[in-house]
Write a protein that binds this ligand. Structure first.
Ligand SMILES: *Cc1c(COP(=O)(O)O)cnc(C)c1O
Length: 400
């Protein structure tokens, strides 16, 4: 029998089953899904089983035995993102995935890179480094009145010197969902490559590379996908793969064919390295299958609804200010509490068995809003969270 309270009919999502399959739900109230989600037991089992196999028969031998499971991860991502398996590279995290795409692009003095205000800090550091090295110019597209990327301004900024449009779909520090598909349409019309940081959106929302019109997309395993830490992935559109020479190559990415020559692989694995976290790759594939088994539309609906509920309840609490931008909001909710610094809130919640994280204003220097000036509390929900958890969270928060 299903518990009527925890079966969400609007999304066909059996929350009790999701929680029963998530061991951590019995131990913590986890609102740090934008940091690292709680893995489900099948992911945990897959990773642990492979580590055990490695310890029993040896790492190379275990990898050979697990070939099908490892290869399956590429198919799982192809299904998840709506692309071909040859367009997927598996790497150690989202930052390196993004770097492998970005540092493969060539820029000359005067070339322009258009970016959004919500760009991830590591990405901005990379833009600045490459601009310093090459003489390319980084131009920040303004936000519109709602706080998302201004599409009309982006359109106006396009000229023949623009070599790249880069966008963070969902920033690390707010509930904003940028209109990535509209940016993709503009990039296509202008025939400019579009690099999308989808680190917080993959696993939280349906992310389809055709709908979004992106040519490169990066993401991580541990966040809303609920995969193992130390895993990441890169999608590169087929037409772009052979035009992007990776900043470094190894004997996986390229073949040494004669004493003085080499050939770079023709698929997206040119962005990979030979050595990898095999157990993590297997677990990541299991996590993708698990997300697909719920349905990304169902997940998105539930996460969005929980996020909206959390925002509404927080707004009703005295002294709480929720910091949202844009027109579409997701399961990440950032807020401040008058008279209590974010780090104190985090510590107080942790003592009550509640996980949140705090944002670093030094990582949001392009952001004119509060997330660029003070640390915010970040509470991020996933589909296995419940209304009761939101109630408890708000009660603990207000109890001081
Ligand atoms: C977390 C995050 C990253 C970096 O992901 P890693 O897996 O830690 O490298 C990149 N972009 C955004 C928007 C993020 O939130």
């Amino acid at each position: 029998m299903r518990n009527a309270m925890n079966y969400d009919p609007s999304t066909c999502l059996d929350v009790d089953r999701a929680r029963a399959q998530t061991p951590g739900c019995a131990h913590v109230l986890h609102f740090n899904n934008a940091g690292a989600s709680l893995p489900c037991e099948s992911v945990l089992h897959a990773v642990r089983a492979h580590l055990e196999l490695e310890s029993r028969i040896g790492g190379y031998e275990a990898e050979a035995q697990a070939q099908i499971a490892v290869e399956h991860t590429y198919d799982a991502f192809a299904r998840l993102l709506g692309c071909a398996r040859e367009e997927i590279a598996l790497v150690e995290n989202a930052t390196r995935a993004w770097d492998m795409a970005f540092y493969s692009l060539r820029f000359a003095p005067g070339d322009r890179i258009l970016i959004g205000h919500a760009e991830y800090a590591s990405n901005v550091i990379a833009f600045l480094q490459v601009a310093q090295r090459t003489g390319a110019q980084v131009d920040v597209v303004p936000d519109d009145a709602s706080g998302q990327i201004d599409l009309a301004a982006l359109e106006r900024m396009i000229d023949e010197r623009v070599r790249l449009i880069a966008l963070t779909h969902i920033p690390t520090n707010s509930g904003l969902v940028n209109p990535a598909a509209a940016v993709g349409a503009i990039a296509r019309r202008a025939a400019v490559p579009f690099l999308l940081d989808a680190c917080q959106s993959v696993g939280q929302l349906p992310v389809d590379v055709e709908t979004l019109g992106c040519d490169m997309l990066s993401g991580t395993g541990r966040k809303f996908l609920r995969g193992p830490r130390g895993t990441g992935f890169l999608y590169v559109r087929r037409q772009w793969i052979e035009r992007l020479e990776p900043p470094f190559l190894d004997l996986q990415a390229a073949q040494w064919i004669e004493p003085a020559s080499f050939e770079v692989r023709r698929d997206a694995r040119r962005f990979e390295t030979w050595e990898s976290y095999v157990a993590g790759r297997i677990g990541l594939g299991v996590a993708v299958d698990y997300a697909l088994s719920w349905g990304l539309d169902n997940i998105a609906q539930r996460v969005t609804a929980l996020g909206a509920r959390l925002r509404a309840q927080l707004r009703d609490l005295p002294g709480i200010t929720v910091h949202d931008a844009g027109q579409v909001h997701c399961g990440i909710v950032t807020f401040t509490r008058a008279g209590e610094p974010a780090v104190a809130v985090l510590q107080r919640l942790r003592a009550a068995g509640i996980n949140v994280s705090i944002t670093n204003p030094g990582h949001a220097r392009l952001n004119p809003g509060p997330c660029g000036s003070v640390p915010l509390v970040r509470a991020s929900v996933h589909y296995y969270n419940t209304d009761e958890e939101i109630d408890r969270f708000c009660a603990v928060l207000a109890d001081r």
